[in-house]
Design a protein around this ligand. Structure first.
Ligand code: HEC
Length: 155
C-alpha cells in the first residue's frame, strides 16, 4: 500500500520534472511595479535621511533611487505602449540633479525644495503613463523602524 502510493506520487511528479528539464524558464525580470516599489522605499528613506541631516545616507539613498530608475528603464523600457525609458530622464533629471547639489552642499532648505520637486515629477509621470491614481507625497513616518536615519549617535 505504502509502495503503491509512493509509485503513484513518483509517476505523477515525473512529467513535471521532465518539462522542467526540457524547457528552461526564461530569466525572471521584475515588473515595472516591482522596480517602482523599491524606488518608493528609497524615496521615503531619502526624506528621513535629509531631514536628519544624515548627508552620507541621503547621498546613498539618492544613488539607489537613481539606479532603480535606470533598471526600470533598462528592463521595462515600454509599459502598456508608453516609452518609460524615454520618459524617465526628462521627468526626473532636473530634480535629481538639484537633490545631488543640495546633499553635496548640506543645504536643508534646498533639499526640501528639490525633494518636493522630485515627488511631483513621480506623480506627473504616473499621470502621463495613465496611472494618475498613484500619487506620491512626503512620507509621514519612516518606512523601516530598525534603521536610523538621523546623523546623531550612529548605533
Ligand atoms: C517614467 C515614468 C515614471 C516615473 C518617473 C516614476 N514612475 Fe512610478 N510608476 C510608473 C508606472 C507606469 C507605474 C505602474 C507600474 C505597474 O503597474 O506595473 C508606476 C508605479 C508606481 C508605484 C506603484 C507600485 C505598486 O505596486 O504599488 C509606486 C509606489 C511608484 N510608481 C512610485 C514612484 C516614485 C516614488 C517615483 C519617483 C521617485 C516614481 N514612481 C517615478 C511610472 C513612473
Amino acid at each position: 500500500m505504502k509502495y503503491t502510493l509512493f509509485a503513484v506520487l513518483l509517476l505523477a511528479g515525473l512529467p513535471g520534472i521532465a518539462s522542467a528539464v526540457s524547457e528552461p524558464q526564461p530569466p525572471y525580470t521584475p515588473g515595472l511595479g516591482e522596480f517602482m516599489s523599491s524606488i518608493q522605499m528609497r524615496h521615503a528613506k531619502l526624506w528621513f535621511a535629509g531631514k536628519g541631516r544624515n548627508w552620507p545616507l541621503a547621498g546613498y539613498e539618492l544613488d539607489e533611487l537613481e539606479e532603480g530608475l535606470e533598471d526600470a528603464a533598462k528592463y521595462q523600457p515600454v509599459f502598456k505602449g508608453k516609452p518609460i525609458a524615454e520618459m524617465i530622464g526628462p521627468a526626473t533629471g532636473e530634480p535629481l540633479a538639484q537633490l545631488k547639489k543640495a546633499i553635496d552642499e548640506k543645504d536643508s532648505a534646498h533639499f526640501v525644495k528639490a525633494y518636493d520637486q522630485l515627488t511631483r515629477a513621480c506623480s506627473s509621470c504616473h499621470q502621463s503613463a495613465g496611472h494618475g491614481f498613484i500619487v506620491i507625497r512626503r512620507p509621514a513616518v519612516p518606512p523601516m523602524s530598525d534603521q536610523r536615519y538621523d546623523a546623531r549617535n550612529r548605533s
